[in-house]
Design a binder for this molecule. Sequence first.
Ligand code: ADP
Ligand code: MG
Length: 336
Amino acid sequence: MNISLRKTALLLVALASAWEARGENLTRFAFEKAEMGLPFHITLYAADETVARQSADAAFERIAQLNGVLSDYDSGSELSRLSLSSGQGKAVPVSPDLWRVLECSQALAEKTDGAFDVTVGPLVNTWRRARRKQELPGAELLAEMRSRVGFKNMRLDAALHTVELLKPEMRLDLGAIAKGYAVDEALSVLRRRGIPIALVGGSGDMAAGDPPPDQPGWRIEVAALDLPGAPAAQILFLKNRAIATSGDVFQRLEIGGVRYSHIVDPHTGLGLTDHSLVTIVASNCITADSLATAVSVLGPDRGLKLIEETPDAAAHLVRKPAEKIEFLESSRWKRE
Ligand code: ADP
Ligand code: MG
């Protein structure tokens, strides 16, 4: 007992000195670049500027490459080409990146009974147009769009890595998961290049690697809701964890005094109106990003149940369904 305790202490001392040696000559560098139509940030610790810059460039390059695979805006992306195959009775082979994201999407769709559903494209596009025109979509149009949506109409073949879209005019939209995956992949690029101390962010979704020298983690501020009486911003220290936020605080459409979120409930075809902000911490950003949207759609009861069932995930929710503001958190949130 005594021996093993002493061994542990020694190991800790050894780790601490290795840490110091590494921390001593590392410098902090920060980079920003627009990718996927959004600002991406990379903060990292490296020995010199050339190494730092080359590594950040490689990470940004990976994000740009993923945009060419996962974007629904770019009509030439692999995702858009897959969407065009819908209803033709074709199982299309997909790249490892697209496979990974679609597999993860379908698993979450199953778990949430379709509250999270990347086949939601026709509805999201309808609401995007509504936002532009400042006009609510009619019932007939919504019914038509809803008929093209449904994760059960997307068939993945795990042996062949092919995807078949069973109905005509289906449109995939990875807006709730692609950013998280891109952030994870950028962090992996840095780690493979010998830069483990890094933080990658894509407009609010972040993946943290090893902590900065002498820090318990990367200091992250969880934004406050833009409502009177909402709680102040919260500070978290994250290492080898990811965080994502989802909600209609920054993007919304207001028609006739009602605010519709850009997140759509696939079952009703409507943009969410309960005005919430969901923050998720998870072991990687693809999980945090997608869960944030899933919990937004599921609402607090089913949403928090999903978080409790997901290993290592924690959630913080602010909602204002009516006059009263609600604050909720999952059991693991305090630990973060
Ligand atoms: P943010 O835009 O702040 O990252 P989210 O991560 O929640 O917010 O992503 C919202 C996006 O997810 C929408 O713009 C749309 O592309 C997509 N989306 C909307 N509703 C759903 C849904 N029910 N399931 C999956 N994806 C959705
Ligand atoms: Mg998100």
